[in-house]
Design a protein around this ligand. Sequence first.
Ligand code: HXC
Ligand code: NAP
Length: 270
Amino acid sequence: MKSVFVSGLLEGQVAFVTGGGSGIGAGIAKRLAAQGAKVALLGRTAEKLERVAAEIAAAGGEARCFPADVRKFLEVDQAIKAAVAAFGRLDILVNSAAGNFLAPAASLSANGFRTVIDIDLCGTFNACRAAFEHLAKQGGSIVSITATQAEVPTPLQCHAGAAKAGIEKLTRDLALEWARQGIRVNAVAPGPIEETEGMSRLAPGDTATTFKKRVPLGRWGTIDEICEAVTYLVSPAGAYVTGATLLVDGGTSLLGAGPWLDMIGEMMGE
Ligand code: HXC
Ligand code: NAP
């Protein structure tokens, strides 16, 4: 898809993308690089990051890899410091790292719940906290990728829904607290996005067909469509937007939890 934004929009800027090794995060990293930003990629698996960095380089951009676990503040802090040392500054942080799986709350272990909160919510705080001192130097922008499950009560995903709701609240708190430093803090809440690990986990097998039929706009979204929303928020077009969560879901959330409601009985062994 050709972006509606002029190219070179982010020339001279540096972006740090967690979860940049695959799916939506990789798409965002490539898009920010295509708009002129130098990009730092963080994820646990170095090979995934290196593949994305190579694609960015092949397209004429510049990217570096910083393997780390977002749950470990010291690792994230070191990675962001190393990215700033390599590229000279930090303007944009995108939090896309996350974990999710379908599990009924009644059988989800305490560690399963905690693991997802730790990756999504604590991981987002860790990256925001580590990025603050660098973003504050000249102002900048944070965008966290949440999900419609943050607002819509959704069976089988209480762990991820609670984590994403926490991120949206954190987004508003940080937007207020860091506005004085010129740091805008926003979120993008995607609905179901095609060709992602997320939807292969959340709509396995034939259920994908049912899911698609029930989206008001009649299809799943694309990674490119999430990239457009992120580009808007980090660009001058979004200069007066902070504390917002931009829904990009084809109207899915208007209908409630939809197909996941039909899956409760089977997953609870009824
Ligand atoms: C029930 C599960 C489980 C499952 C793991 N656990 N998978 N419980 N059903 N399918 C439990 C384990 O039993 C364990 O608890 C605890 O979770 C931690 O599991 P580990 O495997 O040790 O964790 P870890 O290696 O850290 O891996 C984290 C992970 C994994 C989240 C479990 O799936 C992962 O790395 N995911 C990253 C990629 C991903 O999920 N992408 C999709 C994002 S999509 P016990 O008690 O046994 O110790 C997305 C969509 C958003 O986020 C929309 C919804 C909001
Ligand atoms: P994905 O490809 O699995 O992306 C998640 C990334 O996070 C992976 O590259 C993973 O790499 C990284 N990650 C996971 N745990 C990490 C950790 N502890 N530390 C550092 N990195 C970690 O999934 P996706 O579907 O594209 O999802 C991307 C984002 O969009 C997530 O925030 C997700 O919640 C959100 N979202 C997706 C959808 C959808 O339809 N797909 C809908 C709504 C919201 P490693 O495993 O190598 O670390």
